[in-house]
Design a protein around this ligand. Structure first.
Ligand SMILES: [Zn+2]
Ligand SMILES: [Zn+2]
Length: 349
């Protein structure tokens, strides 16, 4: 089967590999019909070696498909079912799963993240082995297309998680740093929690314009040209935001989050941080803040699909480019270099 394989930093190749197979009785084999390139795939492409990704790993983790085969213990799913699949998997039985902290599952991982120890490969391929399958798949209702639900297993769940972690209360002012696809999905989540005013920050004028035009942001701040702190203080009677969500993950965005939040507010850290910070605890301890951070918990896929089905969530605007899988390397080039105002690229098998 054809797949995108990591061969070392900076070396991704579309090539023929042996077919994925069912290995355990709770596996499903899913034929990928539509997938994406995620920002973290770019990170793996360039820094996979440091992240422990072994050469030979098929990458990719955001996808939907059709069940090809199910392991013998699986009930309720059959070949031919269309499914959305979580980007991460978990066993449901270990210490952390029993506490509902699935992100820390002792037997869990992200698809295509490492592939040591028999972990499954990623979804930028024709077939994917889905472990613990009934726990991490959702059937796609008949009336919905692949594109309707494509993001529920990764960025939409991540955005929702960032908003949930922000403990947003009805009527809150929420600042979201970053208008990438995850930042946009975070705004969708923030609305679901009843945010009254959403202010989004970025340096990309096109993305800010999209956020405003799609009704995700009530106000936007271009960090290149505006003074974010003074605009946020003006919008909040001088207090600062009730909730700040960092959907970027840089040292700067992390530190800014604590300046933008009001005393007693919540900072939700959603970015993938790769640098250390000199956190100015001496400056912020007296603000009585709640700080939440962590890996996404993908546990609301079913609810998100319901909301998509009734038209309360629509993420089609994120799909700016669609490629046939044969053109995946061109899709990487466009996505990585943020050409042509790309938000998300979709790969059709
Ligand atoms: Zn992802
Ligand atoms: Zn577990």
């Amino acid at each position: 089967m054809k797949a995108v394989v990591f061969h070392g930093n900076g070396d991704l190749r579309l090539e023929d590999v042996p077919k994925s197979k069912i290995q355990r009785q709770d596996d499903a084999l899913v034929r990928v019909t539509t997938s994406t390139i995620c920002g973290s795939d770019i990170h793996i492409k360039n820094h996979g070696t440091e992240m422990g990704v072994l050469p030979g790993t098929i990458i990719g983790h955001e996808f939907v498909g059709v069940i090809e085969e199910v392991g013998e213990s699986i009930i309720g799913y059959s070949p031919g079912d269309r499914v959305a699949v979580s980007c991460v998997f978990n066993c449901g039985q270990c210490f952390y799963c029993q506490k509902g902290i699935y992100s820390q599952c002792l037997h869990g991982a992200v698809f295509g993240g490492r592939c040591a120890d028999g972990l499954p490969h990623g979804c930028q391929s024709e077939l994917v082995r889905v472990p613990f399958a009934p726990r991490i798949m959702q059937k796609i209702p008949n009336g919905l297309t692949d594109e309707d639900v494509l993001f529920v297993g990764d960025i939409l769940s991540t955005g929702y998680f960032g908003a949930e972690q922000g403990e947003i209360k009805l009527g809150d002012t929420v600042v979201i740093i970053g208008t990438g696809p995850v930042g946009m999905c975070t705004a969708i989540g923030a609305r679901l929690f009843g945010a009254a005013q959403i202010i989004m920050l970025d340096s990309d004028a096109n993305r800010l314009q999209v956020a405003q035009a799609k009704g995700l942001a009530d106000g936007t701040i271009n960090i290149q040209t505006d003074n974010p702190l003074s605009i946020i203080l003006d919008a909040t009677a001088g207090r600062g935001a009730d909730v700040v969500i960092d959907a970027v993950g840089s040292r700067q965005s992390f530190e800014d989050s604590f300046n933008y939040v009001r005393p007693g507010g919540t900072v939700s850290l959603l970015g993938v941080y790769t640098a250390e910070s000199n956190f100015a605890i001496n400056k912020y301890w007296r603000k009585n803040l709640t700080i939440r951070m962590g890996l996404v918990e993908v546990k609301n896929m079913g609810a998100l699909i319901n909301l998509i089905e009734i038209g309360k969530i629509d993420t089609h605007f994120l799909i700016t480019h669609t490629f046939n899988f044969d053109q995946v390397m061109e899709a990487y080039r466009l996505f990585e270099n943020r050409l042509d105002n790309v938000l998300k690229v979709v790969l059709k098998m």
